[in-house]
Design a protein around this ligand. Structure first.
Ligand code: SLL
Length: 262
């Protein structure tokens, strides 16, 4: 019989939000000294916690990043506690294959994600201007893993207090004094998205990235933008389809005329 700790907790579902993304700079750049010939960009691809979120190694055992085959040892693995990121230089964009591995007591299979590197300026003209001026590109998105009926052991780590320790700073040292941990920053610690952006992100309309914090509000904005884009796309497809129908009809008509003549 299986040990009781690997028993699954029925009708319980836990999810964790995290970030997948990349940063990029134009070379030369002090963070990427002596790049190989022909490499014009320095970049980092990463799996990171939310700014106020629990430590990823609570549920993440290792991450495998598979780079483009032009890289020597294209398969790179980072073990917990991380940081789960790869720093590289290069000349071109490609899709990074990302595999998330969970601790053995979780009984969870590895999960696959992909992140297409963004090395060029993107967005509105204003955004592109800023990226150029600051020589800084950030392209990240929020991801979710769901753990359906977690094992008892895994549930224990997922709900442990100490997963928020990385958000705390030590206060008060000195002999015989137990250091006290206090939360730093303006975002309350949580495994959930904060409802509203805070700090710098609040001023900049909730846009995450540099110093920004993902929030439920920003997520709704992104989702509604995606919705709008999807609607626009399907309108364009409809229009194309109608145009194709008209072209087809016209061709048939021309064909008939030619038949009648010949
Ligand atoms: C492109 N389809 O041409 C892509 C390929 C290749 C990325 C991107 C250099 C690796 C190295 C590098 O940036 N590879 O020399 O180690 O845009």
């Amino acid at each position: 019989m299986a040990p009781s700790t690997s028993k699954r907790l029925k009708s319980l579902k836990l999810s964790r939000h995290f970030l997948i993304g990349n940063t990029a700079v134009q070379l030369p750049h002090p963070s990427f000294p002596d790049p190989p010939e022909g490499h014009s960009k320095g970049w980092k691809v990463y799996v990171r916690p939310l700014p106020n979120g629990p430590d990823l190694s609570t549920w993440l055992k290792k991450v495998q990043f598979k780079l483009h085959h032009t890289y020597a040892d294209a398969s790179r693995t980072i073990e917990a506690p991380g940081p789960f990121e790869i720093s590289e230089t290069g000349y071109g964009e490609f899709g990074v294959e990302i595999r998330l591995y969970f601790p053995p007591e979780s009984g969870e299979k590895a999960q696959y994600r992909e992140h297409y590197l963004v090395l060029g300026y993107y967005g509105s003209e204003e955004q592109m201007e800023r990226q150029k001026r600051e020589n800084s590109i950030v392209a990240e998105r929020i991801e979710t893993v769901e753990f359906n009926e977690p094992t008892q052991d895994f549930y224990k780590s997922l709900t442990a207090e100490d997963q928020f320790n990385w958000l705390k700073t030590k206060k008060g040292r000195g002999k015989g004094k137990k250091p006290e941990f206090v939360f730093a920053g303006d975002v309350p610690p949580s495994a959930q998205l904060p409802e509203k952006p805070t700090g710098e992100a609040a001023v900049k309309g909730g846009e995450p990235g540099k110093g920004g914090v993902w929030s439920a509000q920003y997520e709704r904005q992104v989702v509604s933008q995606l919705d709008a884009s999807e609607k626009q796309l399907s309108r364009m497809i409809d229009e194309e389809r109608e145009a194709a129908e008209r072209r087809k009809a016209r061709m048939q008509e021309l064909g008939k005329k030619i038949d009648a003549k010949g």
